[in-house]
Design a protein around this ligand. Sequence first.
Ligand code: A3P
Ligand code: MG
Length: 433
Amino acid sequence: MSPTTKRTQPDPDADEAKAPPEQVKTKFCPKLTSDESARIEREDTPEREVEAAAAGKPLPRLELTYPSKTLSPGENGPPVPFQQPTPLTTFSYDSERELRFDDSSLRYYVDPPHGADLRHGYEKWIKRPEEKGRLDGLLRAWLRVRNGLPDEFMNGGVIAWRGVMTRILTAPYEEREGWQLNVMCVNGTVYLEEHISDAKLLEKENLTPHHRLQTYYGYSFESFCTSGMPHAKTGWGGDVDTNIQWCSVVKTKLGNTRLVIGGEVDCVRGKSTKTNDTLVELKTSLTIRGQQDESRFEKKLLKFYFQSFLLGVPEIIVGFRSPAGKLGTVQSFQTMQIPRMVRGKPGSWDPNVCLGWGERFLEFVKEAVQGDVHSAPDGVEEVPVVWRVEFKPGVGISMSQLGPEAVEEVQEGSDRYGFLPRWYWEGSLYNQA
Ligand code: A3P
Ligand code: MG
């Protein structure tokens, strides 16, 4: 069904039936300080103007200036608080990529064999096809847990995969890789997904043989470090199938914004405790041979840190390897100690800069989408309101509302409303707990 097709709405609940809502508006009104408002400017670019004219209404475009990294935390004001993530649920993807609400894909940590060859099993690698960063699995999990939370819990909150939140928070130090997000706001909750164009998807699918092998080393390390049973013997943990994943969904808060974040967790140490205490992230990196390598590794630690920090994973185990994939030293890092390790070093980073930026970014996005209307007057479905956020390294953030064609491209068919699965969107609007 196309986004403009007429649809009959499901029955609203009793209260709504008394005064049927013509338009469902977002319910939160994030307030910006006058200083922050000053950084948000509206402007129309030529191509948007063309699209806007075609659609018969202006499409806004907003910009957020790049954060300063030179300010010390004191000058930035007090550090933005980040609440300890609390696990809500876990789930597994099996080899068929079916989602199951169990821990069947959970792996247990085992010390890897000394000097392991990370090329082992390369030919048998079952590689998960690259896909768009859809929120479907996370939303299924969220639907199962949200009934246990207060009704207004996610009013003004954000739901995203951990990878998206890592990209946002590490942007102040990102010098090379830009990114794009699709953003929607339904009933006061903001949804973020990574926007991956078809061309980008193809590029990711067709890695050079060198890059493909390098990528495999990371997965192979995971296999050497894990087993399907606790306290197993050291050795190969089984052929790599990257369809299989175990994911954790947590709730947390950055500044005033509640977050529900989902992401893959590589394994647990000892046994699963339903807390974050035993979770482990596995990483590989080239063996450090000099000052330059050390600085490079410390830069990489920024991503390692936030990836784990966001889900509350307390331990990161790094396998240092040769360029040819021979495993060298294996070192464990306490996630919370990492900022202290890099402090004062050349090219160091400050997590408070990232958290301060993250808060500003989320407030900026919420301010933009707060007036969005997902309306269904007279049973006629309108084109969903979808925004595109673009980050350009060294430049900053721009955010614009998509025109109908771009929305259709994001939607890719009838079973979605914007990028949200239709079953979720209908459930969100009409079957709230
Ligand atoms: P390393 O992180 O050891 O390099 P994750 O560490 O996030 O659990 O991911 C496991 C492995 O997937 C990575 O191992 C890497 O090999 C591969 N991988 C993850 N994200 C990637 C990316 N953006 N580009 C290339 N490979 C990636
Ligand atoms: Mg890993």
